[in-house]
Design a protein around this ligand. Structure first.
Ligand SMILES: *[C@@H]1O[C@H](CO)[C@@H](O)[C@H](O)[C@H]1NC(C)=O
Ligand SMILES: *[C@@H]1O[C@H](CO)[C@@H](O)[C@H](O)[C@H]1NC(C)=O
Ligand SMILES: *[C@@H]1O[C@H](CO)[C@@H](O)[C@H](O)[C@H]1NC(C)=O
Ligand SMILES: *[C@@H]1O[C@H](CO)[C@@H](O)[C@H](O)[C@H]1NC(C)=O
Ligand SMILES: *[C@@H]1O[C@H](CO)[C@@H](O)[C@H](O)[C@H]1NC(C)=O
Length: 357
C-alpha cells in the first residue's frame, strides 16, 4: 500500500510513465520484481524495534501508546525509522534478532533487526552489543545459512548511528574539546563496519548522517527548548562532512578496482537525518498554524531533571508528563522523534530511499 502511495508521489512529480517504475524491470519479456526482499538493520534506538532488554525505556508505558498500543521496545510512541524504511521497500518490518528463536521462522524471510538502543560503533554507557558485535551476529546467521547468497544480494542494510558514541565520550571526558579528533575514529570504525556488511554480500546499504544533535530536547532543555546548541550542531556538521568524504573515497577506491562492480557506486546511500530533521521541524512549525507551538519541545518529559519519560516512582506515581497531542509533536522524548516526527522525517528521505530500489 505504501508503495502505491510512493508511486502516486512519483507520478505527481514526474508525470507518470512506466519507465518511472524503478522496482519493476521488464527484462526477460515480463514484469519482474526487482525491489529488495529483505532488510537487515544495525545501530541504535532510532532503528531498534525490540532488541533491548525489558528493563530499558522502550519497554515502559507510555512508549508504544500510538503503535502497537503498548510498549514494544521501540523508543517512540509508535513507529520508528526502521518501520518506515521497511514500508518503503514494501516488506514487513524485520523481526528483532533477540526474538529469532521465539518467532515463526517464516518471518525471518524479511530480514532481521540487529539494532540495540543506546549503542554506538564503540562501547557506550549502554551494556548492549556495539555495532561490531551486531555485525558478528549477522555474520553467524549468514554462516549458518539462514540466508543464501542470492537472498543477501537482493537485500538492503540500514545502519543507524545517532550519536551515542559522542554522548558517552563527553560523559567520560567531561567536556567536548577532544570531540573533533574522536569524530575521525568514529567515522573510520563506521566505514570499516559498512565494508564488512558489504563484504558479507548485502546488495545495498543506507547509512544515516547525524541528526542535528544540538536541537535534541536533551540539549535544548537548558533554554526551555528554544535554542539549538551551535556547539553540538557543529559536531554534527563535522561528523557528516567526514562521513561524506570517506564514502566518496570508498567509492573511488572501489571504482579503481575495476569495472567488476558496476553497481557499487549506487550501493551506498546516505540518509541525511540532518536536513530531514530540519525540514520536518520547519514543516511542523508552519503546519500547526499556531506559531506559539514549539516543535523542539518533546511530548513526554520527566517532571524534574532527574526523571525521564516512562519513569514511575513508588506507589505507581508517574514522574513524567505527557503532551495532549502526540500526533502533532516532533519529539517524543528527550532524544527520539515521535511517530509523527519520524513520518515527517521519512517524507524528506524519499528521494534517497528511491536509490535503494
Ligand atoms: C508460520 O507462518 C506461515 C505463514 O504465515 C504458516 O503457514 C505456518 O503454519 C506458520 N508456522 C507455524 C509453526 O506456526
Ligand atoms: C565491541 O564489543 C566487543 C565485545 O564486548 C569488544 O570486544 C569490542 O572491542 C568492541 N568493539 C569496538 C569497536 O569497540
Ligand atoms: C535564544 O533564542 C532567542 C530567540 O530565538 C534569542 O533571543 C536568544 O538570544 C537566544 N539565547 C541564546 C543564549 O543564544
Ligand atoms: C582507500 O584506499 C586507500 C589506499 O589503499 C586507503 O588508505 C584508504 O583507507 C581507503 N579509503 C577507504 C574509505 O576505504
Ligand atoms: C497554540 O499553542 C499554545 C501552546 O501550545 C496553546 O496554549 C494555544 O492554545 C494554541 N492556540 C491555538 C489557537 O490552538
Amino acid at each position: 500500500m505504501e508503495k502505491q502511495r510512493d508511486l502516486l508521489f512519483l507520478c505527481l512529480v514526474l508525470s507518470c510513465s512506466s519507465s518511472f517504475l524503478p522496482w519493476v524491470s521488464s527484462s526477460e519479456g515480463g514484469l519482474e520484481k526487482v525491489s529488495p526482499q529483505r532488510l537487515f538493520v544495525f545501530g541504535d534506538s532510532y532503528a531498534d524495534t525490540g532488541n533491548t532488554e525489558k528493563l530499558s525505556g522502550g519497554w515502559h508505558p507510555p512508549y508504544g501508546s500510538t503503535f502497537p498500543g503498548e510498549p514494544s521496545g521501540r523508543f517512540s510512541d509508535g513507529l520508528v525509522l526502521t518501520d518506515y524504511v521497511a514500508s518503503f521497500l514494501g516488506i514487513e518490518s524485520p523481526q528483532p534478532y533477540t526474538w529469532r528463536n521465539d518467532v515463526n521462522k517464516t518471518l525471518l524471510q524479511h530480514g532481521m533487526n540487529f539494532a540495540f538502543g543506546g549503542t554506538g560503533v564503540f562501547d557506550t554507557m549502554a551494556r548492549e552489543p556495539n555495532m561490531t558485535t551486531q555485525i558478528d551476529y549477522f555474520q553467524s546467521s549468514v554462516e549458518q545459512n539462514v540466508y543464501t547468497k542470492h537472498d543477501l544480494s537482493s537485500s538492503v542494510a540500514l545502519v543507524s548511528l545517532a550519536g551515542n558514541d559522542y554522548a558517552a565520550f563527553t560523559m567520560k571526558n567531561g567536556n567536548q574539546e577532544e570531540l573533533p579528533s574522536f569524530i575521525t575514529s568514529v567515522i573510520d570504525q563506521l566505514v570499516y563496519n559498512l565494508k564488512r556488511i558489504k563484504g558479507l554480500g548485502v546488495g545495498k546499504i543506507a547509512v544515516t548522517a547525524l541528526e542535528p544533535l544540538g536541537c535534541l530536547p536533551q540539549i535544548t532543555t537548558v533554554s526551555s527548548f528554544k535554542n539549538c546548541s551551535s556547539n553540538w550542531n557543529s559536531i554534527t556538521r563535522l561528523h557528516n562532512h567526514q562521513l561524506r568524504r570517506s564514502l566518496q573515497e570508498l567509492k573511488k577506491n572501489e571504482s579503481m578496482m575495476g569495472p567488476s562492480s558496476p553497481s557499487s557506486s549506487s550501493a551506498l546511500v546516505i540518509l541525511d537525518l540532518h536536513s530531514a530533521f530540519v525540514s520536518a521541524l520547519n514543516m511542523l512549525r508552519h503546519q500547526s498554524g499556531n506559531l506559539s507551538e514549539n516543535p523542539l519541545k518533546p511530548c513526554c518529559v520527566g517532571v524534574t531533571e532527574g526523571y525521564s519519560c516512562g519513569n514511575v516512582g513508588d506507589k505507581g506515581v508517574k514522574n513524567y508528563v505527557l503532551c495532549n497531542h502526540p500526533e502533532t509533536s516532533f519529539f517524543w522524548d528527550n532524544i527520539h522523534p515521535s511517530q509523527n516526527g519520524w513520518h515527517a522525517v521519512y517524507s524528506f528521505l524519499h528521494s534517497s530511499l528511491h536509490r535503494l530500489l
